[in-house]
Design a protein around this ligand. Structure first.
Ligand code: FES
Length: 264
């Protein structure tokens, strides 16, 4: 079925955002999913025509990235992280429980069309393992019980919020956001939760700081001449000889502050 005229106009709008129109292909494919519920052959043709590239090129991109779906996705895409940390913290158990509870396999949709279940790779949220995603919103610190309650609420139409705040919308609405159409909710919820900030707190307590950017830049800059390179090598050698002369016990000031603490 051809895409609606509004979707075609929005695809052209996305392409026009980029100096090179084909750079808009990824968000355009998200918009096809928002409109059609999956990547359709007609959606591929429409993108190709607007961008002036072949359907094979569009298809190559759409089949490469796992966020593009060729089968219809349910109202809610539920991802369970089964990468190493989440897996050992309970992700594998959650995924198995949900497969049983929903009576679906990986990348399958429930008979009522509500939930598509998929195991997903690390979401860079390991400090909240085991983590799930609903339409790419985080659900942190999940358990088999909270996971089954989550999918039951989604199927029953109850309001569900990410553990980080935002209200869960439908998969198609989320795809529209990924296509670059702002839903005004980008700032809902915290940018980073307490577990992600523990390292920063420790660094502040102990006065740890990053190297000065100017010094680092100078260190990384190549010598301006062979003479400068020789002088730099002499200085570096002298510095390392000085360090060797220092007492072995004086190891408080080292690159790795943790080692300094051990020495205290
Ligand atoms: S392993 Fe699951 S978020 Fe990193």
């Amino acid at each position: 079925m051809p895409l609606p005229a509004t979707a075609l106009a929005e695809l052209a709008t996305i392409a026009a955002r980029y100096p090179q129109a084909r750079s808009g292909l990824l968000p355009m494919l998200h918009l096809v999913q928002a409109s059609e519920g999956r990547i359709t052959p007609e959606g591929i043709e429409a993108c190709a025509e607007i961008l002036g590239i072949s359907a094979a090129e569009v298809s190559g991109v759409a089949t490469f990235y796992t966020m593009y779906k060729r089968k219809p996705v349910g109202d809610y895409h539920v991802g369970v992280c089964t990468n190493t940390l989440c897996a050992v913290m309970g992700g594998d158990v959650i995924f198995e429980r949900l497969k049983d509870h929903l009576d679906v396999g990986n990348d399958e949709t429930t008979a009522d069309g509500k939930i598509t279940l998929e195991h997903v790779e690390c979401n860079a949220a390991c400090d909240y393992a085991p983590v799930m995603m609903v339409n790419w919103e985080f659900m942190d610190n999940m358990t088999p019980q909270s996971a089954t309650q989550l999918v039951d609420d989604l199927r029953e139409g109850n309001e569900v919020r990410s553990t980080r705040g935002p209200k869960i919308c439908t998969w198609r609405e989320a795809e529209r956001v990924l296509a670059g159409f702002n839903d005004g909710l980008a700032d809902e919820g915290p940018a980073a939760g307490p577990a992600s900030l523990v390292g920063l707190e420790i660094a502040r307590e102990r006065g740890w700081t990053a190297p000065e950017s100017g010094r680092r830049t100078a260190e990384l800059a190549p010598p301006s001449s062979p003479e400068a390179a020789a002088e730099e090598a002499d200085t570096s050698r002298a510095e390392s000889e000085t360090k060797v002369d220092e007492s072995p016990a004086d190891t408080k000031h080292v690159d790795n502050p943790a080692k300094g603490d051990e020495a205290k």
